[in-house]
Design a protein around this ligand. Structure first.
Ligand code: SF4
Length: 252
């Protein structure tokens, strides 16, 4: 599936969610006919709240569409777009379940949109401001070297891509950590306080990581799982390199 199609999935679901919220607002509005003043006031308050949120979501969705498809770079609107995506995300996933859509596709679409927004932003960082997070399952399962303590413990035997990533990290002078789970990854981010993160993981972990780390910019690179989930996984090294270079201040 090409990336444009993937981005569309999440955007269509976002628009659908906004339409449902507008319909909800209409239903509340019709309920204003109640004769009891206290109930009328409560309904008006709820309607006003929904109008405020729906307006924000409409603006966020509109800016997202023009940012993604028309390649406009109004970085000024990014907080509105990101805020709308974050708030609508649970509802979008609810619709995804109701419509029995493929959850991974929706999450993949969300990651593509997140990455595109960061690329549109064109904000660059120094190597020491960037943290690259890798999942432990990328290490060959038979390897006994403790790379979660320090990736330098890898002896570069070449049985897994840790070797290639280690070489790349030296070339770009970036800090790379191998995390055994999302909780450790979040703890490391809090400790090291990077200005930008590039994370390799599955769709589920990347999505929750991107949302939890807001407003920290996180580029997500979806891992490759030829042996099923969480076992001897890999990463497309070209995608890895492109993601990294898109964050770095100057070409090295
Ligand atoms: S490349 Fe490094 S991490 Fe991978 S199997 Fe070899 S020593 Fe272990």
């Amino acid at each position: 599936m090409n990336t444009i199609y993937k981005k569309r999935i999440f955007i269509v679901l976002m628009i659908l969610t906004v339409v449902v919220l507008m319909a909800t607002m209409l239903i509340f509005w019709l309920g204003v006919n109640n004769d009891i003043l206290a109930i009328k006031l409560i309904i008006w308050f709820v309607v006003a709240l929904i109008i405020a949120f729906v307006s924000l979501f409409c603006l966020g969705t509109l800016m997202l569409v023009q940012g993604i498809f028309l390649k406009s770079k109004f970085a000024f609107f990014n907080p509105v777009i990101k805020g709308s995506i974050k708030m609508l995300y649970p509802l979008v996933m609810m619709f995804c379940k109701l419509l029995k859509l493929d959850e991974m596709q929706i999450k993949g679409s969300f990651i593509e949109i997140n990455n595109q927004l960061l690329l549109n932003n064109k904000v660059k960082y120094l190597p020491e401001e960037i943290l690259v997070l890798l999942p432990h399952c990328i290490q060959n399962a038979s390897c006994t070297h403790k790379i979660t303590h320090d990736i330098e413990n890898c002896t570069q035997c070449g049985k897994c891509q840790i070797k290639d990533i280690l070489i790349m990290s030296k070339k770009y002078k970036i800090n790379v950590l191998v995390a055994t789970g999302g909780t450790i990854a979040r703890r490391k981010i809090k400790e090291l306080k990077p200005k930008a993160v590039m994370a390799v993981a599955c769709e589920r972990d990347l999505t929750s990581g991107i949302i939890d780390c807001e407003p920290l910019p996180v580029i997500g690179v979806i891992n490759i799982r030829p042996n099923g989930p969480c076992f001897n996984t890999g990463v497309n090294l070209d995608e890895f390199k492109i993601g990294l270079e898109s964050l770095l201040k100057e070409e090295i």
